[in-house]
Design a protein around this ligand. Sequence first.
Ligand code: C5P
Length: 305
Amino acid sequence: MSPVNVRVPAKINLCLGVGPVRDDGYHPLATVYQAVDLHDEVRATVREDDAITVTVHSDVDARSEVAVVPVDDDNLAVRAARLLRDRTGVSAGVDLAIRKVIPVAGGMAGGSADAAASLVACNEAWGTGLARPALEVLAGQLGSDVPFLLHGGNAVGGGRGETVSPVLARGSYHWVFAMAHDGLSTKAVFAEFDRINAGRTVAEPAVPDPLLAALRAGDAEALGAALSNDLTEAALSLRPELEDTLSIGIEAGALGAILSGSGPTALFLASDEQHSLDIAFALTSAAGCADVVQSRGPVPGARLV
Ligand code: C5P
């Protein structure tokens, strides 16, 4: 049987509003996701026996940390395949081969992206034929960001991030990403958020109106000014050196600079290709920066190639 290939983008959060921790340990979020042109690929090859295996490799030198991606049942792509199989009653197994470009533990949903890609790839490879809404339900059970990575484009995220609704948006944006040497655990950053906010009143999160207006108008300058992330204080508390990375991009004239999700990747908005090259060049001098990538967004979600 011939393998099925799926390409899946990374995500960034243009705003990330975080509310008070819920009883289940998760935090209510109000976010605007954008899928960006930085893709992992997942290849699914059906097996005759019932094993589900995974291999992970990267051609990008700066992603040598793929070594820390689990290749057992903890791998999110494996969990996605297992969940789809349990729900559909398929008996076959699958070999999953992940080609990683999205940074590991970088705040860009790399693991969730691979889970979304695995759902789409296995659904095709096994011929289970689930429609998108059914895949989205499974995606939400796998992780907060997984439904958006099926969706792609721009979207408002609510709940713990798993409910995705469309947003009126125009324009294509030039981004520069500064990847750090070591990843940050999302769980650890949310725990630090709780520690810092113990004794403070944390408001229910909302998507800022100026950000929605900027997206509707396709106005990069206004979007840059409206970027926001409630996890900034927590991530900087764990990684103070990220402050330098953000400052270097701002001094280079970025229209806006924030951490991506729970970090440590920093993202910078540029006005055009040349501006993004200038910012990227300035960031190469940042001590905490392992790799700099220019990218564009929005792009579509997980799809067969
Ligand atoms: O949903 P996901 O498994 O990607 O989340 C990883 C961890 O991040 C969770 O275990 C939780 O600690 C934290 N998290 C949170 N609130 C959210 C999303 C994630 O506290 N809305």
